[in-house]
Design a protein around this ligand. Structure first.
Ligand code: BES
Ligand code: MN
Ligand code: MN
Length: 461
């Protein structure tokens, strides 16, 4: 193992140069004009996985952006680990707010800044380099490995379940590892054991059949923006609870053990609020911040628009108003069911003065990994060696919907072994990955592959 760790240590500069190349391709999955860049990224990965020494490297086509597959299956008698990640990224806007260009990775203060640096190109690259360290030092891996990198995670992984279904044998595995989450805070490694689900909707409030002069008509017509604002405001009560009828019906109560465990984590509301530039936090009454983030469901307005938003004044009473409203879900809520409940509720609260349309855009289910599973035990041991510090267990407020599909289709659990930071600016301007976490991540993954066969065997006994 020492030769592997020495190799990693000796190659830091090369890793960064290669990662900068990967980060320079604008692989924004949601934008049609970036379609060719998506394929270019998949091909870059295909080529790189080949150079690293992986076998059976191939691009798997989907109805949308391609996925990349590779494997190395010569470690007989060891479990097969499937590494999942995504090479697509979120749009870079607002561009003005970036201190350095989003697709020209730049190092500042020990961080590497670029779109995708943490979410998730930097993190898939961590695995590639851990694999390389083994294959370039002895030519073998300590466990069987398969890789699937997709290009549609940020747009809901719409085509991935069908791809898994179509390639069930190729993707067959014992365990999945995903590096697409954060550690608790800088210098405090952690294993994530839960993810929230998601139900994402778009609503439209329709008033008069045309935009109207706000002087000639204002006062006689319910302004759709006002109606929408009133409806959105009513979606939370004064205790910060979501008012959608039936919303909490299937929510698993927070257990005493969970509450006690969260209380032990090094957390201060004041520090958190200050970091966010807030005087006071907000949330559901009766729950702590970590509970609100990890084990309680929420409803958020992601965007709202309508009427005139251009330069100067235009006196207009708009015909329509829109909003994007999403809900984060926890066990045992079901995203389809919640989407339907929301639609029903939103229509029910619409005043007679307007009409309402609701579209449920996409959803994903919440997920939990049992912390006494061999995969999580391996992750804990690997993090301790990789970071020189015992990791914490943490929940996660974000979503990786494919985890539940993997369980259904491949019958395998996912270990969430992420190396981002909560303030890494994912989806926002100035996204970065901390370099200590990046190199610590490579060491951790190397230990993870090395230790997995033993923990797996123990777990099976
Ligand atoms: N890497 C994130 C998931 C995540 C979010 C991990 C926050 C840790 C903290 C992933 O790429 C993501 O952005 N997921 C989306 C869901 C998807 C269906 C668009 C999310 O959580 O909003
Ligand atoms: Mn991600
Ligand atoms: Mn993301």
């Amino acid at each position: 193992m020492q030769s592997i760790l020495d190799f990693i240590e000796a190659n830091h500069e090369r890793y960064l140069a290669e990662l900068k190349e990967l980060l320079s391709i604008p692989s924004v999955s949601s934008q049609t004009e970036r379609k060719a860049e998506m394929r270019r990224t998949a091909e870059w990965l295909q080529n790189h996985l080949q150079v690293v020494g992986l076998q059976n490297v191939q691009i798997l086509e989907t109805a949308g952006h391609p996925a990349v597959y590779a494997d190395w299956l010569n470690a007989s008698g060891t479990p097969t680990l499937l590494i999942y990640g995504h090479y697509d990224v979120q749009p870079e806007d607002p561009l003005d707010e970036w201190k350095t260009p989003p697709f020209e990775a730049t190092i500042r203060d020990g961080n590497l800044y670029a779109r995708g640096a943490a979410d998730d190109k930097g993190q898939i690259f961590i695995h590639i380099k851990a694999i390389e360290a083994f294959l370039k030092n002895g030519g073998t891996l300590p466990t069987n490995i398969k890789i699937i990198f997709e290009g549609e995670e940020e747009i809901g992984s719409e085509n991935l379940p069908a791809l898994i279904e179509a390639h069930k044998d190729l993707l067959k595995c014992d365990l999945i590892v995903i590096s697409d989450t954060d550690i608790f805070e800088k210098g405090v490694p952690s294993v994530t054991y839960s993810l929230r689900g998601l139900s994402y909707t778009e609503v439209e409030v329709i008033g008069p059949n045309s935009d109207l002069h706000s002087g000639s008509f204002g006062g006689s017509v319910h302004n759709p923006i006002q109606a929408l604002a009133e409806m959105i405001a009513s979606l939370h009560d004064k205790n910060g609870r979501v008012t959608v009828k039936g919303f909490y019906n299937d929510v698993r109560p927070v257990s005493k053990a969970e509450r006690a465990a969260f209380k032990k984590l090094p957390w201060k509301d004041r520090t958190y609020a200050k970091k966010l530039g807030l005087k006071q936090l907000y949330g559901e009454k009766g729950y702590t911040t970590l509970e609100r983030l990890w084990v309680r469901p929420t409803l958020e307005c992601n965007g709202i628009w309508g009427g005139y938003t251009g330069e100067g004044a235009k006196t207009v009473l708009p015909a329509r108003a829109f909003a994007k409203i999403s809900m984060r879900l926890v066990p045992n809520q079901d995203s389809m069911k919640i989407g339907k409940l929301f639609e029903k509720h939103f229509k029910a609260i619409a005043p007679k003065t307007v009409q309402v349309k609701v579209k449920v855009l996409h959803g994903g289910e919440p997920a939990i990994t049992p912390i006494d599973s061999p995969g999580v035990k391996t992750a804990v041991a690997a993090l301790e060696k990789g970071f020189g510090k015992k990791p914490l267990y943490q929940g996660e407020g974000g979503s990786i919907p494919i985890v539940v599909d993997f369980k259904k289709l491949l019958k395998a659990d996912s270990v969430l072994l992420g190396f981002g930071l909560p303030d890494e600016n994912a989806h926002a301007p100035n996204e970065f990955i901390n370099l200590d976490n990046f190199f610590g991540g490579i060491r951790t993954c190397a230990h993870f592959y090395k230790d997995l066969p033993e923990y797996w065997k123990k777990g099976k006994k």
